[in-house]
Structure formats: C-alpha cells, structure tokens
Write a protein that binds this ligand. Structure first.
Ligand code: CS2
Ligand code: MG
Length: 402
C-alpha cells in the first residue's frame, strides 16, 4: 500500500489551519493536523519541501518506521515545527490504516477503555459577575468540568477573556496584540473568583484554571496554596516549563493538582516532571507532540507515575486533531480529561466529522479511521490570513511570559 501523493492545505475558516492529506495507490486518503498557531506556514513548508517528497513510494502501513525515519533521519530532532509535521504524517497514516481495515482508530489502539470522554469547557468574563454567569451557563449545557478565567481589575485584556461579543480566540489578525500583566493584582484577585464559584455553584463541578506560564515557582506555590480550599481539578501551566526541576518548589508547598504541557513536543520535555511526580496531568497533544504514536509513549510513561492525560484542545487544533485526540482519549488507560473549545460553524463545515458532544462528554464516533474529512472546495474559499498570539508586558513595559 504505497503512498502516491501528499498535499498540504492551508485555510482560514475563522482561524488558520494546516492540514496534510496523504493518498495511497488504492485511492485511500488520510488526514493529519499540522497547525502551529502563529507560525503556520513554517510547518506547511517543512511538509511540502522536505517531508512529502520522502513519503512518496513508502508503505503507508509502516507507521512506526515512518515516524522513526522522519524523526531520526532529519538529524535535527524535536522542536515544534518538526514535531507538528511528523505528528501530521502520523495522524494521516493511522487514518489510512483505520479506513483500510474499516475500523475507527481507537480500536487499533487497544479499544475503548471507557464509554465516553470527559471534556472541559472554557468559561470567561470581564468581571466576577460575568464569569460566574459564564460558568453557570456552561454547566446548564451539561459540562461537568469548566475552566474559569476572569478579567483582573486594572489589567486590560487579561489572558483567556473574549474581546467584544466574539467567542474567545487566542490569535489576532495582523500584528500581535500587546497586553498588560501584573502578578500582584492577579494573585490578590484570583482566589475571590473561586471562592464565589464554590459558594454559588457548589462542590460538584470540576473547576480548572489556566495561569498561562506567568508566575515564578514561589508565586505559583502561593497561588496553589490559596486555591486549596476550593478543590480545583487543576492549576494549568503555572510557570514556564523549560526548567522542569522548578516544579519541585510548587509541589513542596501545595496540594492543588498541576497540569502542564500544551507547548511540549516530545517525551523529553516532560520526562523529569513525570518521573519525579511533579505534575498530575500531562497536556501534550497529538499535533504538537509528534502524533498518536509519540503521545502514546508519553502516556505510557505517565501511567507508571500516576500522571493522567489532559490533552490540549483549543480552537487552534483543527477538527482533525480533535478527532485524533478523542480516539487516543477513549483508548488510553490513564486518561484524565480533554479540553473542548467548540470550533466556529465555518470550521465545522470545512471539516465534517463523526465525533460528537453530549452532556459534558464526547465520543470519536464509529466511522472508519479518524472520522474527519476536509471539504477542499469550501476550504479554498477561506484563504490564509496572517495572525499571531498576543505578547504580554508588565506594567513598566518589560516583556513578560506568555
Ligand atoms: C490555552 C490556549 O487552551 C489553552 O489552554 O492555553 O488558548 C493557547 O493559548 C493556544 O492554544 C495557543 O495556541
Ligand atoms: Mg493553556
């Protein structure tokens, strides 16, 4: 079953997506998501110029060997561009295998370990009142786990808050938006949000919060400690994670569970975090961490150390990645939770899919392969638009972590 063609589709049905399509000599095609938010065209070039020519003529069934060939053969290992490209190839090959055998991908991964996949929603608001209302609204939609982000008094455009009446979308068209940050105001304010959420909405909901890499370890320890009375499901990305040993400081001071890894691209980014039990949830995902094959290795290491998965699932991961994540989530034993940020109606039309949401849970569906397609004619009506994630400065103008 030789690969005879590979095409890279770049489209913008509300936000940019890069999709790899591989075709076999039997006319079966598979899709992979290669979207790297704000740096999309670099992965498109990596695939078009350097990877697709190597795939022509290869046996599409040799998924692991192709992964090793692209990873080790490049000499230049790891990095988000390389790993997103390899991830897209890997997803496309699992998709092809499932279609060829006429089974959904999760069956090839050992079958379902659970009946359905718990997901968490995003709720955000400019004020405490707005945020409490947004969390209550998502609970009324059936979500059992909700991430709460709130505007901070005195901080314009706090992280994770929608602008105007639009749904929250991290990237901005043209130049990056410059936002302002104050650790002091944030640390003073955030506990009041969760105190109110618990008081008004009770103990049953799983509540999550994303710090977006903005604190130092001792500040993160203080935040975790101050949130302990509210029993969070997790505190996400409390500090930049390049320095894995820094998490020892957080761990030493607080029992608030820690989730990390949406920017990780390989098992080596989280090896120490997992082996030393410094985190509770690993958020690496199929696109940016080298596809289903590599993510399963991360999950297997995590399983040994009581760490569960919590895959990144923001809107910059396309429906192809969402489907792949759901097949992974359904099958892997140490699954924890899956992020779910619904895509725009245009995105859902460009990528028709078999996966579905029902009362706080999702399922990848029973279609063969990943169960997602790409409407290329429709995608062509949404051409690429340059967009960037915001940058973040302290009150005195110093560039801060984003
Ligand atoms: C966020 C994302 O979903 C999350 O947890 O951190 O919104 C993130 O900012 C984007 O996905 C970056 O591409
Ligand atoms: Mg995050």
């Amino acid at each position: 079953m030789r690969i005879v063609d590979g095409q890279v589709n770049v489209c913008c049905p509300g936000r940019n997506f890069v999709t790899l399509k591989l075709v076999t000599e039997d006319g079966v095609h598979g899709l992979g998501d290669a979207t790297l938010n704000g740096r999309e065209l670099s992965v498109a070039s990596y695939l078009n110029d350097h990877v697709v020519p190597l795939l022509i003529g290869r046996d599409a069934r040799r998924i692991e060997d192709t992964w090793q060939y692209l990873y080790k053969g490049a000499y230049w290992r790891r990095g988000p561009v390389t790993m997103a490209a390899i991830g897209a190839v890997d997803m496309a090959l699992w998709d092809i295998l499932g279609k060829t055998l006429d089974v959904p991908v999760y069956r090839l991964l050992g079958g379902a370990s659970r009946d359905r996949v718990m997901v968490y929603a995003h709720a955000n608001g400019r004020t405490l009142d707005d945020t409490v209302a947004a969390v209550a609204h998502h609970a009324s939609l059936g979500y059992v786990a909700i991430r709460a982000q709130c505007g901070i008094p005195g901080i314009p455009h706090a992280y994770g808050i929608a602008r105007g009446d639009q749904p929250y979308e991290p990237a901005e068209k043209n130049a990056p938006l410059e936002t302002v940050w104050s650790t002091e105001r944030y640390l003073d304010f955030v506990p009041s949000l969760f105190e109110r959420l618990r008081r008004e909405l009770g103990q049953d909901l799983h509540l999550l919060h994303d710090v977006h890499h903005r604190l130092t370890p001792i500040e993160a320890a203080r935040l975790g400690k101050s949130l302990e009375p509210y029993g969070l499901f997790w505190m996400e990305d409390p500090v930049p994670a390049e320095l894995q040993e820094a998490f020892r400081i957080i761990r030493h001071h607080t029992t608030t569970p820690v989730a990390v890894g949406e920017v990780f691209n390989s098992i080596f980014d989280c090896q120490q975090l997992i082996q030393e039990h410094l985190i509770d949830y690993i958020r690496a995902t199929v696109t940016h961490a080298g596809g289903i094959s590599h993510l399963r290795k991360i999950a297997a290491l995590a399983e040994l150390h009581h760490v569960r998965t919590g895959c990144h699932g923001a809107t910059d991961l396309s429906p192809v990645a969402m489907a792949a994540a759901l097949h992974f989530d359904l099958s892997v034993h140490n699954f924890g939770i899956q992020e779910h940020m619904p895509h725009s109606a245009d995105t859902d039309r460009v990528f028709p899919h078999a996966y579905a949401f029902d009362a706080g849970y999702m399922h990848p569906g029973e279609a063969p392969g990943l169960g997602v397609d790409l409407d290329e004619a429709l995608a062509a009506s949404f051409p690429y638009e340059r967009a960037y994630l915001p940058v973040n400065r302290k009150l005195d103008g110093t560039l801060h972590s984003w």
